[in-house]
Design a protein around this ligand. Structure first.
Ligand code: SF4
Length: 322
Protein backbone atom coordinates (compact mmCIF):
# COMPACT_ATOMS: atom_id res chain seq x y z
CA UNK A 1 0.00 0.00 0.00
CA UNK A 2 1.32 3.47 -0.88
CA UNK A 3 2.02 5.61 2.16
CA UNK A 4 0.07 8.85 2.47
CA UNK A 5 3.31 10.76 3.00
CA UNK A 6 6.91 9.68 2.39
CA UNK A 7 9.91 11.80 3.29
CA UNK A 8 13.39 10.76 2.18
CA UNK A 9 16.61 12.44 3.25
CA UNK A 10 15.00 15.84 3.78
CA UNK A 11 17.45 18.63 4.57
CA UNK A 12 16.86 22.32 5.21
CA UNK A 13 19.67 24.87 5.45
CA UNK A 14 19.71 28.63 5.76
CA UNK A 15 22.43 31.12 4.99
CA UNK A 16 23.21 33.10 8.13
CA UNK A 17 22.36 36.80 7.63
CA UNK A 18 25.53 38.64 6.54
CA UNK A 19 27.35 40.82 9.08
CA UNK A 20 28.72 44.17 7.97
CA UNK A 21 32.29 43.00 8.74
CA UNK A 22 31.78 39.95 6.48
CA UNK A 23 30.45 42.10 3.67
CA UNK A 24 33.48 44.38 3.93
CA UNK A 25 36.00 41.53 4.02
CA UNK A 26 34.16 39.44 1.45
CA UNK A 27 33.91 36.52 3.92
CA UNK A 28 31.47 33.78 2.94
CA UNK A 29 28.24 33.67 4.89
CA UNK A 30 27.87 30.64 7.13
CA UNK A 31 25.27 27.99 6.32
CA UNK A 32 23.09 26.76 9.18
CA UNK A 33 21.76 23.22 8.85
CA UNK A 34 18.32 23.06 10.44
CA UNK A 35 17.37 19.57 9.23
CA UNK A 36 19.75 16.86 8.07
CA UNK A 37 18.66 13.79 6.13
CA UNK A 38 15.25 13.25 7.74
CA UNK A 39 13.31 10.23 6.46
CA UNK A 40 9.88 9.16 7.65
CA UNK A 41 6.52 7.96 6.42
CA UNK A 42 2.88 8.26 7.39
CA UNK A 43 -0.07 6.08 6.48
CA UNK A 44 -3.64 7.30 5.95
CA UNK A 45 -5.51 7.69 9.23
CA UNK A 46 -2.30 7.55 11.28
CA UNK A 47 -0.82 10.05 13.75
CA UNK A 48 2.90 10.71 13.88
CA UNK A 49 4.30 12.73 16.80
CA UNK A 50 7.40 14.84 16.15
CA UNK A 51 9.08 15.61 19.46
CA UNK A 52 12.20 17.41 20.61
CA UNK A 53 13.35 20.56 22.38
CA UNK A 54 13.37 23.95 20.67
CA UNK A 55 15.96 24.06 17.93
CA UNK A 56 15.36 20.41 17.03
CA UNK A 57 13.86 21.41 13.66
CA UNK A 58 10.42 19.90 14.18
CA UNK A 59 8.43 22.99 13.10
CA UNK A 60 10.75 23.56 10.12
CA UNK A 61 10.12 19.95 9.14
CA UNK A 62 6.35 20.31 8.80
CA UNK A 63 6.72 23.70 7.12
CA UNK A 64 9.12 22.28 4.56
CA UNK A 65 6.67 19.49 3.71
CA UNK A 66 4.26 22.02 2.21
CA UNK A 67 6.80 24.44 0.81
CA UNK A 68 6.77 27.00 3.64
CA UNK A 69 10.48 26.36 4.32
CA UNK A 70 12.81 25.84 1.34
CA UNK A 71 14.47 22.43 1.16
CA UNK A 72 18.14 22.00 0.42
CA UNK A 73 17.86 18.28 -0.28
CA UNK A 74 15.67 15.21 -0.16
CA UNK A 75 12.29 14.17 -1.52
CA UNK A 76 8.71 14.34 -0.30
CA UNK A 77 5.88 12.33 -1.86
CA UNK A 78 2.15 12.56 -1.16
CA UNK A 79 0.23 9.41 -2.17
CA UNK A 80 3.26 8.45 -4.26
CA UNK A 81 3.40 11.76 -6.17
CA UNK A 82 6.39 14.10 -5.77
CA UNK A 83 5.86 17.29 -3.84
CA UNK A 84 8.49 19.87 -4.73
CA UNK A 85 7.33 22.38 -7.35
CA UNK A 86 4.68 25.10 -7.14
CA UNK A 87 2.48 23.09 -9.53
CA UNK A 88 2.80 19.97 -7.38
CA UNK A 89 1.96 21.91 -4.20
CA UNK A 90 -1.05 23.48 -5.95
CA UNK A 91 -2.32 20.03 -6.93
CA UNK A 92 -2.58 18.90 -3.28
CA UNK A 93 -3.55 22.25 -1.72
CA UNK A 94 -6.85 20.89 -0.41
CA UNK A 95 -5.35 17.59 0.82
CA UNK A 96 -2.93 18.88 3.46
CA UNK A 97 -3.87 21.53 6.03
CA UNK A 98 -1.72 23.31 8.57
CA UNK A 99 -2.73 24.20 12.13
CA UNK A 100 -0.48 27.01 13.33
CA UNK A 101 0.88 27.23 16.84
CA UNK A 102 -0.82 30.46 17.87
CA UNK A 103 -4.38 30.25 16.56
CA UNK A 104 -5.36 33.82 17.47
CA UNK A 105 -2.25 35.36 15.88
CA UNK A 106 -2.77 33.25 12.77
CA UNK A 107 -6.38 34.50 12.38
CA UNK A 108 -7.12 37.94 10.96
CA UNK A 109 -8.41 40.07 13.87
CA UNK A 110 -10.73 42.02 11.56
CA UNK A 111 -12.70 38.99 10.37
CA UNK A 112 -15.44 37.22 12.29
CA UNK A 113 -15.16 33.51 12.95
CA UNK A 114 -17.79 32.96 10.25
CA UNK A 115 -15.74 34.86 7.66
CA UNK A 116 -12.57 33.06 8.73
CA UNK A 117 -14.18 29.66 8.31
CA UNK A 118 -15.74 30.53 4.93
CA UNK A 119 -12.45 31.99 3.64
CA UNK A 120 -10.55 28.79 2.63
CA UNK A 121 -13.47 27.53 0.49
CA UNK A 122 -13.83 30.96 -1.13
CA UNK A 123 -10.08 31.27 -1.86
CA UNK A 124 -9.93 27.81 -3.38
CA UNK A 125 -13.13 28.34 -5.35
CA UNK A 126 -14.97 25.37 -3.86
CA UNK A 127 -18.56 25.18 -5.07
CA UNK A 128 -21.27 23.32 -3.18
CA UNK A 129 -22.60 24.32 0.22
CA UNK A 130 -23.45 27.98 0.80
CA UNK A 131 -21.04 29.73 3.19
CA UNK A 132 -23.45 29.92 6.18
CA UNK A 133 -24.07 26.18 5.94
CA UNK A 134 -20.31 25.52 5.69
CA UNK A 135 -19.64 27.64 8.78
CA UNK A 136 -22.37 25.92 10.83
CA UNK A 137 -21.08 22.50 9.76
CA UNK A 138 -17.46 23.33 10.64
CA UNK A 139 -18.43 24.78 14.02
CA UNK A 140 -20.47 21.65 14.72
CA UNK A 141 -17.51 19.42 13.84
CA UNK A 142 -15.40 21.06 16.55
CA UNK A 143 -18.19 21.16 19.15
CA UNK A 144 -19.05 24.88 18.96
CA UNK A 145 -22.52 26.39 18.52
CA UNK A 146 -23.45 28.44 15.40
CA UNK A 147 -23.48 31.60 17.58
CA UNK A 148 -19.66 31.61 17.44
CA UNK A 149 -19.86 32.68 13.79
CA UNK A 150 -20.37 36.33 14.76
CA UNK A 151 -17.46 36.49 17.25
CA UNK A 152 -14.04 37.97 16.60
CA UNK A 153 -10.80 36.12 17.43
CA UNK A 154 -10.04 38.31 20.47
CA UNK A 155 -13.39 37.28 21.98
CA UNK A 156 -12.38 33.62 22.10
CA UNK A 157 -10.80 31.70 24.99
CA UNK A 158 -7.60 29.76 24.28
CA UNK A 159 -9.51 26.50 23.89
CA UNK A 160 -12.18 28.06 21.64
CA UNK A 161 -9.51 29.68 19.44
CA UNK A 162 -7.82 26.30 19.12
CA UNK A 163 -11.14 24.74 18.06
CA UNK A 164 -11.56 27.44 15.42
CA UNK A 165 -8.02 26.63 14.24
CA UNK A 166 -9.08 22.97 13.90
CA UNK A 167 -12.31 23.96 12.08
CA UNK A 168 -10.36 26.12 9.63
CA UNK A 169 -7.95 23.26 8.99
CA UNK A 170 -10.97 21.05 8.20
CA UNK A 171 -12.51 23.58 5.81
CA UNK A 172 -11.08 22.00 2.65
CA UNK A 173 -11.73 18.43 3.84
CA UNK A 174 -8.04 17.41 3.97
CA UNK A 175 -6.66 13.89 4.44
CA UNK A 176 -3.70 15.16 6.49
CA UNK A 177 -3.36 17.90 9.10
CA UNK A 178 0.05 19.21 10.19
CA UNK A 179 -0.46 20.52 13.73
CA UNK A 180 2.22 22.73 15.29
CA UNK A 181 2.02 22.56 19.11
CA UNK A 182 -1.79 22.10 19.08
CA UNK A 183 -2.11 22.42 22.86
CA UNK A 184 0.61 24.96 23.74
CA UNK A 185 -0.45 27.51 26.34
CA UNK A 186 -3.64 25.66 27.32
CA UNK A 187 -4.63 24.35 30.76
CA UNK A 188 -4.18 20.62 31.15
CA UNK A 189 -7.94 19.92 31.07
CA UNK A 190 -8.40 22.02 27.91
CA UNK A 191 -5.39 20.26 26.36
CA UNK A 192 -7.20 16.97 26.97
CA UNK A 193 -10.37 18.31 25.30
CA UNK A 194 -8.43 19.36 22.19
CA UNK A 195 -6.60 16.04 21.96
CA UNK A 196 -9.89 14.16 22.35
CA UNK A 197 -11.35 16.32 19.58
CA UNK A 198 -8.45 15.44 17.25
CA UNK A 199 -8.85 11.76 18.09
CA UNK A 200 -12.58 11.85 17.42
CA UNK A 201 -12.05 13.61 14.08
CA UNK A 202 -9.47 11.01 13.14
CA UNK A 203 -11.89 8.18 13.97
CA UNK A 204 -14.83 9.75 12.15
CA UNK A 205 -13.03 11.13 9.10
CA UNK A 206 -9.98 8.90 8.71
CA UNK A 207 -7.67 11.90 9.08
CA UNK A 208 -3.92 11.57 9.43
CA UNK A 209 -1.99 13.95 11.68
CA UNK A 210 1.60 15.02 12.13
CA UNK A 211 1.71 16.59 15.59
CA UNK A 212 4.70 18.71 16.54
CA UNK A 213 5.27 19.18 20.25
CA UNK A 214 7.95 19.57 22.89
CA UNK A 215 5.53 17.98 25.38
CA UNK A 216 5.64 14.20 25.32
CA UNK A 217 2.43 13.93 27.35
CA UNK A 218 0.60 15.40 24.34
CA UNK A 219 1.61 12.66 21.95
CA UNK A 220 1.64 9.79 24.42
CA UNK A 221 -2.05 8.97 23.95
CA UNK A 222 -2.72 10.28 20.45
CA UNK A 223 0.29 9.37 18.31
CA UNK A 224 0.65 5.89 16.81
CA UNK A 225 4.33 6.49 16.12
CA UNK A 226 6.98 8.95 17.26
CA UNK A 227 10.02 10.52 15.68
CA UNK A 228 12.39 12.16 18.18
CA UNK A 229 14.55 14.96 16.75
CA UNK A 230 17.79 16.37 18.11
CA UNK A 231 19.60 19.21 16.31
CA UNK A 232 17.74 18.45 13.09
CA UNK A 233 18.31 14.69 12.95
CA UNK A 234 16.01 11.85 13.91
CA UNK A 235 17.61 10.07 16.87
CA UNK A 236 14.83 7.58 17.55
CA UNK A 237 11.64 6.53 15.82
CA UNK A 238 9.09 3.78 16.33
CA UNK A 239 5.67 2.88 17.77
CA UNK A 240 4.71 5.24 20.62
CA UNK A 241 3.84 2.48 23.09
CA UNK A 242 7.14 0.69 22.56
CA UNK A 243 9.17 3.89 22.90
CA UNK A 244 7.44 4.92 26.11
CA UNK A 245 7.79 1.41 27.53
CA UNK A 246 11.52 1.19 26.76
CA UNK A 247 13.25 4.15 25.08
CA UNK A 248 16.47 3.09 23.35
CA UNK A 249 18.14 6.49 22.89
CA UNK A 250 19.42 8.31 26.01
CA UNK A 251 17.86 11.56 24.79
CA UNK A 252 14.40 9.98 24.44
CA UNK A 253 14.86 8.35 27.83
CA UNK A 254 15.61 11.72 29.42
CA UNK A 255 12.61 13.41 27.77
CA UNK A 256 10.28 10.69 29.00
CA UNK A 257 11.75 10.74 32.50
CA UNK A 258 11.37 14.53 32.61
CA UNK A 259 7.59 14.26 32.14
CA UNK A 260 5.59 15.18 35.26
CA UNK A 261 4.70 11.96 37.08
CA UNK A 262 1.41 11.31 38.88
CA UNK A 263 3.39 9.83 41.77
CA UNK A 264 6.05 12.37 42.85
CA UNK A 265 7.85 9.71 44.92
CA UNK A 266 8.64 7.78 41.75
CA UNK A 267 12.36 7.89 41.01
CA UNK A 268 13.11 10.19 38.10
CA UNK A 269 15.90 11.32 35.84
CA UNK A 270 18.17 8.32 35.97
CA UNK A 271 19.77 9.72 32.80
CA UNK A 272 19.11 13.42 33.25
CA UNK A 273 20.16 15.67 30.36
CA UNK A 274 22.79 18.15 31.40
CA UNK A 275 23.63 21.51 29.83
CA UNK A 276 21.97 23.54 27.11
CA UNK A 277 21.05 22.58 23.55
CA UNK A 278 24.25 23.28 21.52
CA UNK A 279 24.21 26.06 18.93
CA UNK A 280 23.47 24.93 15.38
CA UNK A 281 26.50 27.00 14.39
CA UNK A 282 28.81 24.88 16.56
CA UNK A 283 27.61 21.31 16.28
CA UNK A 284 29.46 18.92 18.61
CA UNK A 285 31.79 16.38 17.00
CA UNK A 286 30.90 12.70 16.76
CA UNK A 287 27.50 12.03 18.31
CA UNK A 288 25.99 15.50 18.58
CA UNK A 289 24.29 14.51 21.84
CA UNK A 290 27.56 13.56 23.55
CA UNK A 291 27.91 16.93 25.33
CA UNK A 292 24.70 16.19 27.27
CA UNK A 293 24.60 12.42 27.39
CA UNK A 294 25.01 10.75 30.79
CA UNK A 295 26.49 7.58 29.26
CA UNK A 296 28.77 9.10 26.58
CA UNK A 297 32.06 7.26 26.03
CA UNK A 298 35.21 8.08 24.10
CA UNK A 299 33.86 6.64 20.83
CA UNK A 300 30.87 9.03 21.01
CA UNK A 301 33.12 12.10 20.83
CA UNK A 302 34.81 11.06 17.60
CA UNK A 303 32.35 8.95 15.61
CA UNK A 304 28.86 9.98 14.52
CA UNK A 305 26.35 7.15 14.97
CA UNK A 306 24.07 6.13 12.08
CA UNK A 307 20.33 5.58 12.47
CA UNK A 308 20.14 1.80 12.76
CA UNK A 309 17.22 -0.62 12.62
CA UNK A 310 16.46 -1.71 16.17
CA UNK A 311 13.70 -4.21 15.22
CA UNK A 312 9.94 -3.96 15.79
CA UNK A 313 9.63 -0.95 13.49
CA UNK A 314 12.10 1.01 15.60
CA UNK A 315 15.30 2.85 14.69
CA UNK A 316 17.87 4.46 16.97
CA UNK A 317 20.92 6.66 16.40
CA UNK A 318 23.30 5.62 19.19
CA UNK A 319 26.48 3.57 19.52
CA UNK A 320 25.28 2.19 22.86
CA UNK A 321 21.47 1.99 22.76
CA UNK A 322 19.72 1.36 26.09
FE1 SF4 B 1 25.09 8.98 24.19
FE2 SF4 B 1 27.12 7.94 22.81
FE3 SF4 B 1 24.64 7.14 22.31
FE4 SF4 B 1 25.43 9.56 21.60
S1 SF4 B 1 26.21 7.62 20.79
S2 SF4 B 1 23.53 9.04 22.59
S3 SF4 B 1 26.75 10.11 23.28
S4 SF4 B 1 25.79 6.85 24.21
Amino acid sequence: MTALLEVEGLSVSFRRPGRVADLLTGARRQTIDILIGVSLHLDAGETLGLVGESGSGKTTLIRSLIGLAPRSGGNVRYRGKPLATATEFAAIRTNIAMMFQDPVASLSPRLTVGALLAEPGRIHGLAGERPPAVVDRLLGLVGLSPTFASRYPHELSGGQARRIGVARALALDPALILADEPTAGLDVSVQGDILNLLRRLQRERGLAFVIVTHNLAVVRHVAHRLAVLYLGRIVETGPTKAIFAAPRHPYTHSLIEAEPKPDPRRRRQQLAITGEVPSLLRRPSGCEFHTRCAIARERCRGEAPALIDAGGGRSVRCHFPL
